[in-house]
Design a protein around this ligand. Sequence first.
Ligand code: MD3
Ligand code: FE
Length: 198
Amino acid sequence: MYRIRGFEIHDGYLDRHAQSSVFSAVQEIARAAPPYAPMTPWGKPMRVKMTSAGRLGWYSDRRGYRYVDQHPDGIPWPPIPEVIMEMWRDLVPGGRDPECCLVNYYGEDARMGLHQDKDEADFAYPVVSVSLGDDGLFRIGNDTKGGKTESLWLRSGDVVVMGGDARLRYHGIDKIRFGTSTLLPKGGRINLTLRVVT
Ligand code: MD3
Ligand code: FE
């Protein structure tokens, strides 16, 4: 484990076997709650496809960003699979369980601009991120817009814990290196973020 700007980077946290187990769990979530491209508040669909597991799922439309208790098709979000819960309990011991596991799918040209995650009620809880599949170039900024940023490649099996001082840092994914991993049969990158929401 090493730290950059308060982010705990657990590189190689999941070995190949564990990555396959977590990927199977993600496919189970995607079967119950199909990934979709959320509409941004400014009316453009996101390039990253998303779905969620847990009591609450992250959602966006013309009215803004928020957590909702159902998939846009009106189905309840599936429960967070146990293999995913185990990672949270290992890395964030003794606290509440996450209420949301947001699943992000990055195809060849998908990226996510620099943003803060502040739709949650309690910033004392960290966000845990799990990367699967192709490499993604992760950019870390500051607590306000602008200033110098640092970038690092996240690889399949890497886990990042964003807590304490790092919880409100600007961050994003600039690009993925399509085809760098054989974990996902169709290529691309999956990121899971585990969050306490309320
Ligand atoms: C830092 N996802 O879902 S994960 C997101 O790879 C998101 O899909 C990116 O940013 C991805 O909101 C980056 C790393 C991450 C996630 C949540 C954070 C970094 C964070 C919350 C607070 C601070
Ligand atoms: Fe984020």
